[in-house]
Design a protein around this ligand. Sequence first.
Ligand SMILES: [Zn+2]
Length: 180
Amino acid sequence: MTAEVSCPQCGAVVPDIEGPTHAYVPSAPGCWAAFSALRADEMLRFPGSEANNLVVDSYMAQHPGNGLDRRDRQSVFVHLVSLCAVTEREASPTRSPEVLRAILARQMEFPVIRRARGPGDLTVLSATDAMSLEDHDTRVRRWAGSVWESWREYHQAIRAALDASGVSALILSPDHEHPF
Ligand SMILES: [Zn+2]
């Protein structure tokens, strides 16, 4: 049996393996492998899923680095803005790339942010092995909501960045548009 280890950033209990990780995403190799496997699985089984971008947003926002690297600060912040758009503004997760572009077009520097209460209860493992497309989307949305909630002391700053980007009006799905 392979020994297990708890991912230092999200707390997922994963096989203690050697393996690649992302340059500025300090996850356990076993956690990065679980993320990579989930991405491969959804490309194969749920290629048109609304939630595919949300997997990336949730994972990146749940794995902040120490904030010393500009790319690390930027990654956590912009993916949180995207989570905000989906979880609070009912934007479709398919609009995530537009949100990221709009934030990056406007903002070059990002603050160091630190979670006060840990990474939340759900991890990438909660979204693995979905039974159906609907199950996949439900699991990913639950995980995304948990990650967003874990950063609650920064919600106001993130909302402000989303509002300032001007993308808010563009990303709302027609069902939620103001009638005027
Ligand atoms: Zn992790």
